[in-house]
Design a protein around this ligand. Structure first.
Ligand code: SAM
Length: 505
């Protein structure tokens, strides 16, 4: 990691540690509506402003978004009505995030550059493997498989030929099949879920059927029949159902690689073990860290010359930070950051995308309303039940209310009627508190802009840790964070950790 990234990581840590920022993480909207809540001193700059009536149809949080989101610095004069400390906060939160445009490295602002392996086109031909996939998943699988193809051909040009890949947390093995067919790899798909394994097998059959619909020429049929049995599509994709840890991932790969040699009669590809790519698409929570740990551990072992396989490249996209194991909710590089539940929940937010289109604005407005109305309801209930929300914002009443359909939030009276029925408490007729509603929406926005800061910290921290671990292990290794997918198309967790020998491009 270069000095700039390391300094940026320190800045992120310092920002997240400021008492006023910690307060935004530790208080939940539901905790601000109880009768004895007194807004903290640090909020005085925005609390009053957010509650002031406005003739504008635009809500206060939307004004803040217009100030926060543009790439170019906004004209301060246009936003003079927003309190200056609030503007300073939003500017800082905007600066403290990695750049996220597809095809570029996720880097410190101002250092964006195109990634070498990023596909130049986003349009890919459809094939039978995509059968049954959502547009989002199709986008991700196609882009990632093309990215992997570019990476593998570059590695091959520099002397590392990879024929094996492990798809970790493979789910229904969409990516596994794409890697097998588009990158000509033998793939091991691992997942702990039998539902996923059965789904993967079903999807393989669907894809076969979809392929079969196109009429085969006699020549194609002859060619197919001539394929040796160990090289059929089915033989080139194996599934294993296991609970993945760094250790079990190494073991299952050992067994698979040994089995590959038995099947093909080949010995290891090279004296220091069969080169294997470790790949994961949306490896949730600690699974991403387990892949990275397995990579490092096996590379270390490969140095003894006794390993059956060695990690030769990595392409890993994480997700669901809220599923990190408790011991992983901290900085890997020893910085003083501990992630509470709210940090990890908020890290999923991507407020820069919120109002980019009318549909995105409608979604964001609905989400803000849900947060505000549920908090208002919790406040109303707390007056009668004296139940205080936990710091996480959870209350027994809101749990009983459960998730409601979007239409439940169409109008206040209708919302109260549904709540009254579900909670068996008299709430219909309570006036809509628009002052508090606006404050709650603003509070929600101020918390959400912290999400990309937290995610940037997590990503850079992982990068730096991996670089430290790989330093001195065999080849010089390069670790990059790459924006593989388009956040604007809904692929929120779009950053891949790419690990390749430095001798490649
Ligand atoms: C978000 S899904 C992604 C699935 C697939 N890669 C895709 O993109 O469609 C994460 C997958 O990881 C699996 N998984 C999560 N943690 C796991 C663990 N510790 N061991 C095995 N599988 C795990 C889940 O069952 C799930 O299929």
């Amino acid at each position: 990691m270069d000095g700039q990234e390391s300094r940026f990581l320190d800045e992120l840590q310092a920002f997240l540690h400021q008492p006023a920022i910690e307060l935004l993480f530790s208080l939940h909207p539901n905790t601000t509506v109880t009768p004895d809540f007194i807004p903290p001193e640090a909020w005085s700059s925005w609390w009053e402003w957010a509650g002031e009536p406005t003739s504008d149809t635009e809500s206060k949080w939307q004004q803040l978004w217009r100030y926060y989101a543009p790439d170019a610095a906004p004209d301060e004069g246009d936003f003079a009505a927003i309190p200056a400390p609030l503007r300073a906060y939003l500017r800082r939160a905007r600066e403290l995030q990695l750049s996220r445009s597809q095809g570029t490295e996720a880097s410190v602002p101002g250092l964006e550059r195109r990634d070498h392996y990023a596909p130049t086109s986003k349009a890919f031909p459809r094939n039978a493997n995509l059968h049954g996939m959502s547009p989002k998943k199709t986008h991700e699988v196609q882009y990632m498989s093309k990215y992997a193809a570019n990476m593998l051909s570059d590695l091959a040009a520099h002397g590392t030929v990879i024929r094996h890949a492990v798809d970790v947390g493979a789910g229904q093995a969409y990516l596994s099949r794409a890697l097998r067919d588009d990158c000509n790899l033998r793939v091991l798909a691992v997942d702990w879920s039998s539902v996923q394994e059965e789904g993967a097998a079903r999807r393989e059959k669907d894809a076969e059927r979809a392929k079969g619909k196109g009429k085969k020429t006699q020549r194609q049929a002859d060619q197919h029949d001539a394929v040796p049995p160990d090289d059929t599509a089915a033989a080139r994709l194996a599934y294993r159902k296991i609970v993945i840890t760094a250790d079990s991932l190494v073991t299952v790969t050992d067994e698979w690689v040994a089995n590959q040699h038995d099947l093909t009669g080949a010995s290891g590809d090279s004296s220091d073990g069969t080169p294997v790519a470790l790949v994961a698409l949306h490896a949730c929570g600690s699974l991403t860290l387990d892949v990275l740990r397995a990579f490092v551990r096996q590379l270390r072992f490969a140095q003894t010359g006794q390993a059956p396989w060695r990690p030769a490249a990595g392409l890993i996209v994480g997700c669901c930070y809220n599923l990190l194991r408790p011991e992983d909710c901290t900085s890997l590089t020893g910085r003083k950051v501990n992630f509470a539940e709210s940090h990890l929940q908020l890290a999923a937010q991507m407020p820069l995308q919120w109002c980019r289109t009318d549909a995105a604005l409608a979604d964001a407005s609905l989400a803000a309303r849900k947060i505000a109305w549920r908090a208002l309801l919790s406040g109303i209930m707390s007056r009668s039940t004296e139940e205080q929300p936990l710091l996480s914002g959870r209350t027994r009443e809101l749990r009983r209310l459960g998730r409601l359909s979007d239409s439940a939030y169409r109008d206040w009276e209708g919302f109260l009627a549904i709540a009254q029925e579900k909670l068996d408490a008299k709430v219909v007729g309570v006036a809509r508190d628009r002052v508090m509603e606006s404050r709650l929406e603003v509070f929600h926005f101020l918390r959400c802009v912290l999400g990309p800061v937290v995610e940037s910290f997590i990503l850079l921290d992982r990068k730096q840790w991996l670089q430290e671990q790989l330093a001195g292990l065999g080849n010089a290794w390069e670790v990059r964070l790459v924006n593989l997918f388009d956040q604007g198309s809904g692929s929120a967790r779009n950053v891949g950790i790419v690990v390749v020998p430095r001798s490649s491009r």
